[in-house]
Design a protein around this ligand. Structure first.
Ligand SMILES: Cc1ncc(COP(=O)(O)O)c(C=O)c1O
Length: 432
């Protein structure tokens, strides 16, 4: 039984991690916590099963119950995003992006995308999926003051280079992209418009950010575990009707991009949890998105009033769940380490002008998880004070850690989801 010690070791680390995050202030903008009902799906028998293909059209038998779950997940996703096509199979946001690249562009063809220093995700960079697909990458012009794509220059660029696709959507995503103008230019030159909503998916679903599928995006991809507080996973959405032969081909290519393009089996327990997350978001998403954005604006304002350089000052700091703070040349990592000592979990981030991703000058902060555990504007103001005490007044981090521990004791419950006991819901019925 000598390997059981290893098992105990692993379990202990997992339990310590639960305690660690349960007593800290989690502020990484791409993370969230699962509702009890979503979690339950992760422990079901779906976990061990395979389903390749689409409901009713499988390579394996035994999918009768899963088929219903996947159909329901697609139906709920279409309702949530007000669209006609939903593919819930991608196992991550990156996988959804890869599927789109596989479907809509060939090696050597040009795409207009954002640079990572201006907030793009690596899947659209030369080191990521776009590079893997061998795409000729052309950068969107960026306006540092507006923290956004420079729309006039972007439209001119698209008309000049006539790309195969344009890609909006970002990892640092403070303000909506000028999608209508970009879409018009892109469609005029026969380019597809792809919108990567990984970060802002839950805000879009909550009708509190832009509405990409109404603003011209042909496809929207996303992660299902950031502002959309579901299980780790991805999604691909479109409002194309499939009514014409060309449109049918377009949707078929998207589906083929997902499978067999970039998935085999696709984590059925996660699909089940996605379906529950969609239902919970249909019920609570608008309220959640609104409070998340209010909290981010308040955090930006409070940090600014305490002397921090917060981006987007003239525009109300943010329209999303994120805040970007400039810490000092190459000082982002040191700041995030200090904050973690104090129990505040953040990440260093590149800001416009940075060139070294390992030594960036900023911090990216997100309010989506703090909101999910019930925090509101007063707590944001207090957290800004803790930032000041750690990073400016240089108070002992052990002292702030104690304050954070105490603060978290009042915020242990997950909000904006169906609660245990609701209409007789009993966790153990399914998992035992
Ligand atoms: C804009 C954007 N796209 C895609 C991704 C990748 O998502 P995932 O981690 O689900 O693969 C991220 C991750 O943070 C992101 O910020």
């Amino acid at each position: 039984m000598k390997w059981y010690d290893e098992v105990e070791y692993i379990r202990e680390q997992a339990m310590k991690n639960n305690e660690y995050f349960g007593s800290s202030l989690p502020m990484i903008a791409s993370e969230n916590v699962l509702s009890p009902l979503c979690k339950e799906m992760l422990l079901t028998d779906f976990h061990g099963r395979y389903a390749e293909g689409t409901p009713g059209n499988r390579y394996y038998e035994g999918c009768r119950f899963f088929d219903r779950v996947e159909e329901k997940a697609m139906e709920l996703a279409k309702k949530l995003f007000r669209c006609r096509y939903a593919d819930v199979r991608p196992t991550a946001g990156t996988t959804a992006n890869m599927a789109v690249l596989k479907a809509l562009i060939k090696p050597g063809e040009p795409a207009v995308v954002l640079d990572t220093a201006n907030g793009a995700h690596i899947s659209f960079g030369k080191w990521g999926a776009a590079g893997l697909r061998g795409i000729d990458l052309i950068s969107f012009p960026f306006d540092d003051d507006q923290m956004n794509i420079d729309v006039d220059k972007a439209v001119k660029l698209i008309r000049e280079v006539k790309p195969k696709l344009t890609l909006c959507g970002r990892s640092v995503f403070l303000f909506p992209s000028p999608l209508e103008e970009i879409s018009e230019a892109a469609h005029d030159v026969g380019a597809y418009v792809v919108y990567d909503a990984a970060h802002v998916l839950g805000l879009i679903a909550g009708k509190r950010f832009q509405d990409p599928l109404r603003e011209g995006a042909d496809v929207m991809t996303g992660s299902t575990h950031k502002t959309l507080p579901g299980p780790q996973g991805g999604i691909l959405l479109s409002d194309h009707t499939g009514n014409t032969d060309e449109d049918k081909r377009f949707l078929r290519r998207l589906g083929f991009g997902v499978f067999p393009g970039v998935t085999s089996s696709y984590h059925l327990h996660h699909v089940a949890a996605k379906a529950i997350a969609f239902a919970e978001h249909l019920e609570f998403g608008e309220e959640y998105a609104e409070q998340t954005i209010k909290n981010a604006k308040k955090l930006g304002q409070s940090l600014f009033e305490r002397g921090f350089k917060v981006f987007g000052e003239k525009l109300g700091f943010t329209e999303s769940h994120q805040i970007l703070v400039e810490i000092g040349k190459g000082k982002g990592k040191e700041a995030s380490k200090k904050l973690e000592e104090a129990g505040i979990i953040t990440n260093m981030n590149m800001i416009p002008g940075d060139e070294d991703p390992l030594n960036p000058s900023g911090l990216r902060l997100g309010t989506q998880e703090l909101t999910r555990i019930g925090m509101k504007e007063n707590e944001m103001d207090y957290i800004a004070e803790l930032f000041e005490r750690v990073l400016q007044k240089k108070e002992k981090t052990s002292k702030i850690r104690e304050i954070v521990n105490d603060m978290r004791k009042d915020f242990q419950e997950i909000h904006y989801c169906f609660k245990k006991g609701y209409r007789g819901y009993d966790y153990h019925k399914i998992t035992n």
